[in-house]
Design a binder for this molecule. Structure first.
Ligand code: DP6
Length: 323
């Protein structure tokens, strides 16, 4: 029996990935750029064990089934194929944050799982190769192999680091407006947008490439205001493509709009505060270390923003134990 335990941190895209160039191989249609967050992490243990008849997967203390289990087994099969082993695995995974509420749990989850499965299978792979394995399961997970600012280019197999965490000390306040699992998964939502939204081509051809480039440059030039403005634009353009799908795909809840309004008020008061959102109702607010206390206090005045998780740039995914 071989066991490996790893930790990976969730990432939130500043420049969003939405849409696939190749659904069978899960290659993204647009380039994306994220920040890995220290506050949201998944710890995963994988043990390949000849005494098991089937793969067993425990997430936050409970066995999972259905589609989430199939996605894990698919990844394990891929790793077993590469390593030439047949043993089934026991997987135990813990998130320190609400799972599947648009808090990017699949990014840290599949990054930690890929890393642990590769180590437990005895494979000697590069971080890029592990990123490619994570990408097959969830493209955003490819970015969580690295800390700091990370890009996944359109049609790319693996992500690559753009700048380390200390290059630009940006803070993300994760405002949790809902803790339940989301209704439409990112994978389903992307497919529906691609199939039915007349705005999807504008997103892929015009919006996403231009916003990616603006955010990449603004990060390299250490300009939080430009990063924030372009990140907000990227998130809203992505959601606009979903809203124009038929039937519309809407992740905004009343609490989401209240937080978005508050972010505009905070900004009008002269502080750095910019909103981004993923495939769920929660809002993440981008700000600077100098402004974060005042921004967080202003957000917490809202009754629906009682849970605010303060995050800075997080580290690379790491192996904690292999034996
Ligand atoms: C809105 O990586 O969850 O968070 O590749 O189908 O698993 P799949 O999708 P996933 O999509 C993330 C979408 C997003 C934006 C982003 O993280 O870039």
């Amino acid at each position: 029996m071989r066991t490996a335990r790893t930790v990976a941190h969730a990432n939130i895209a500043l420049s969003k990935y939405w849409g696939k160039a190749d659904a069978a191989n899960n290659l993204p249609a647009v380039s994306s750029l994220s920040l890995t967050l220290d506050g949201l992490r998944t710890t995963t243990t994988v043990s390949f064990d000849a005494s098991l008849d089937s793969d067993q997967v425990i997430l936050n203390g409970a066995a999972i089934g259905g589609r989430p289990l199939e996605r894990v087994i698919d990844l394990l099969d891929h790793v077993r194929g590469k390593a030439g082993i047949r043993e089934k695995a026991r997987v135990e995974s813990e998130n320190n944050f609400p799972t599947a509420a648009g808090l990017a749990s699949s990014s840290s989850g599949f990054a930690a799982l890929s890393f642990a499965a590769v180590q437990a299978a005895g494979l000697n792979l590069t971080r890029r190769q592990i990123s490619a394995i994570a990408r097959r399961s969830s493209a955003s997970a490819a970015r969580s192999l690295w800390g700091g600012y990370v890009a996944l280019h359109a049609r790319s197999e693996y992500a690559e680091p753009i700048a380390p965490a200390e290059h630009l000390p940006l803070i993300m306040l994760v405002v949790v407006t809902a803790q339940g699992a989301k209704k439409t998964s990112s994978t389903e939502g992307m497919k529906h947008t691609q199939d039915t939204s007349p705005y999807y081509s504008a997103w892929v051809e015009a919006c996403a490439p231009q916003m990616f480039e603006e955010i990449r440059r603004a990060i390299l030039e250490r300009d939080i205001e430009r990063v924030g403005l372009a990140a907000e634009h990227s998130a809203m353009a992505m959601h606009a493509s979903m809203l124009a799908a038929c039937p519309p795909l809407r992740y905004f809840a009343p609490a989401t709009l209240a937080v978005l309004d508050r972010v505009l008020e905070i900004r009008a008061s002269g502080l750095l505060a910019f909103a981004t959102m993923d495939a769920g109702p929660n809002v993440k607010v981008i700000t600077s270390p100098e402004h974060v206390d005042r921004v967080e206090n202003a957000l917490r005045e809202l009754p629906m923003a009682s849970v605010v998780i303060r995050c800075s740039a997080g580290p690379d995914a790491q192996a904690l134990e292999v034996n």
